[in-house]
Design a protein around this ligand. Structure first.
Ligand SMILES: NC(=O)c1ccc[n+]([C@@H]2O[C@H](COP(=O)([O-])OP(=O)(O)OC[C@H]3O[C@@H](n4cnc5c(N)ncnc54)[C@H](O)[C@@H]3O)[C@@H](O)[C@H]2O)c1
Length: 316
C-alpha cells in the first residue's frame, strides 16, 4: 500500500527554506502538484526550484497571507494552472519575538495578524472553493510546541500558536459537513535538512540562530541582573526521549500521509513527530544520547543534496 497524492494539488504558505519547503517537497515527492507561497517571492521560487530538481511539478505564488485580495488571487492562479486545489498547508508565521515584559506592540500585532489572518483567509478561500466544487480536501495548520506548553521569551508566538490549535478544531467542525478535513502538525524545533539552507546558515536548528532570532527576554544583551534567560544556554542536557526531534523531512512524510486518502476520517487532530519531546513528563529525564538506540534511519526526500538529519540530536 503506497501513499500517493497523485492527481492532487497543494498550496503551501510560507514555503521558506526550512519547514515550508520541506513540506512542499514532500507533497510533491508523494505525487501532488504544489503551489509555493511566501511573502518573500525569491523564497517561493527557491522552493519551486527544489521541487523541480527533485522531479516534481510546482509554481510560485508569492504574496502576503494577510492580504485577502492576494489570497483570492493566488488561489485563482492555482486553479487556472493546475485545475483544482485539494490540499492547503497554512505554514506561514513570524517566529522569534520577546517575552511579555519586553515585546513591542508592533511585533505582537504583526505576528498575531500573520497567524490569525493567514490561517483564516487561506482556509476560508480554499475551504469555500473545495466545498463549492465537491472536493473533499485536507487543510493542515502548522502549530508549535509553544502552542501547547509555556516557553519564556515568545509571548506573541505562544499566543497565536495557542489560537491556531483551537482554530483547527473549530474549522474542522465548520468543514466536516463537506468532507473537508482540518488538522494541525506541531513541529518541535526540528533540525534543518534542506541542503541549501544548511549551506547558507550552517547545520544548526533554532538553537544555533543568532540571538535576535532565537527568542528572548530582557534587554538586547540580557545583562540586567534580575533577568532570567529564556532558554537553557549551557551544555544541552538530553531532553528528548528518542534523542532527536527530527527534521522537516520527518514532518513532510507525516503531512503527506495526513493529506492522503488513508486519513479520510481524521479531522480536528494534531500530529507530532518529535521523538517524544512534547509527550515527556516534567519529571522524566531521558537517557543520555550514548545510551539510546536512536530512531530508525531517516527516509530522505531531497535526492539532490547531502542529508544528515538522521544523526541530528537533542534539538528539543
Ligand atoms: N523552526 C522551528 O523550530 C519551528 C518549531 C515549531 C513550529 N514551527 C512552525 O513551522 C512553520 C515554519 O517555520 P520555519 O522554521 O520554517 O520558519 P521560517 O521563518 O524559516 O519560515 C516561515 C516563512 O513564512 C514566511 N512568511 C512570513 N510572513 C508571511 C506572510 N505574511 N505571508 C506569506 N509568507 C510569510 C516567511 O517569509 C518565511 O519564509 C511556522 O509556522 C513555525 O511557527 C517552527
Amino acid at each position: 500500500m503506497d501513499i500517493s497524492l497523485a492527481g492532487k494539488v497543494a498550496i503551501v504558505t510560507g514555503a521558506g527554506p526550512n519547514i515550508g519547503s520541506g513540506i512542499a517537497l514532500a507533497l510533491a515527492k508523494y505525487g501532488a502538484k504544489v503551489a509555493c507561497n511566501d511573502v518573500d517571492a525569491e523564497a517561493a521560487r527557491t522552493a519551486v526550484r527544489r521541487i523541480e530538481r527533485n522531479g516534481g511539478t510546482a509554481i510560485a505564488i508569492p504574496g502576503d497571507v494577510t492580504d485577502s485580495e492576494r489570497v483570492a488571487g493566488y488561489v485563482r492562479e492555482v486553479v487556472e494552472t493546475f485545475g483544482r486545489v485539494d490540499i492547503l498547508v497554512n505554514n506561514a508565521a513570524l517566529l522569534g519575538g520577546r517575552g511579555v515584559l519586553d515585546e513591542s506592540v508592533d511585533f505582537f500585532r504583526r505576528a498575531v495578524e500573520v497567524a490569525a489572518l493567514g490561517n483564516f483567509l487561506n482556509t476560508r478561500c480554499v475551504g469555500r472553493y473545495m466545498a463549492e466544487h465537491g472536493i473533499r480536501g485536507s487543510i493542515v495548520a502548522v502549530s508549535s510546541s509553544n502552542g501547547w506548553s509555556g516557553s519564556a521569551g515568545v509571548i506573541a508566538y505562544a499566543f497565536h500558536k495557542g489560537g491556531v490549535n483551537n482554530f483547527v478544531r473549530a474549522a474542522a467542525m465548520d468543514l466536516a459537513p463537506y468532507g473537508i478535513r482540518v488538522n494541525s502538525f506541531t513541529p518541535t524545533a526540528p533540525t534543518p535538512d534542506n541542503p541549501e539552507l544548511i549551506a547558507a546558515q550552517g547545520p544548526g536548528g533554532v538553537l544555533d540562530r543568532p540571538p535576535s532570532l532565537r527568542h528572548g527576554i530582557g534587554s538586547e544583551d540580557g545583562t540586567e541582573p534580575w533577568r532570567r534567560p529564556a532558554r537553557w544556554t549551557g551544555e544541552r542536557p538530553p531532553l528528548v526521549p528518542m534523542g532527536t526531534t527530527g527534521t522537516p523531512t520527518d514532518i513532510g512524510h507525516c503531512v503527506a500521509w495526513l493529506c492522503s486518502d488513508y486519513a479520510r476520517l481524521i479531522t480536528g487532530c494534531d500530529f507530532v513527530v518529535d521523538g517524544g519531546a512534547r509527550a515527556k513528563n516534567f519529571a522524566y529525564l531521558p537517557a543520555a544520547p550514548g545510551e539510546l538506540a536512536g530512531p530508525l534511519p531517516l527516509i530522505p526526500i531531497d535526492g539532490t543534496g547531502e542529508l544528515d538529519g538522521a544523526t541530528a540530536t537533542e534539538r528539543g
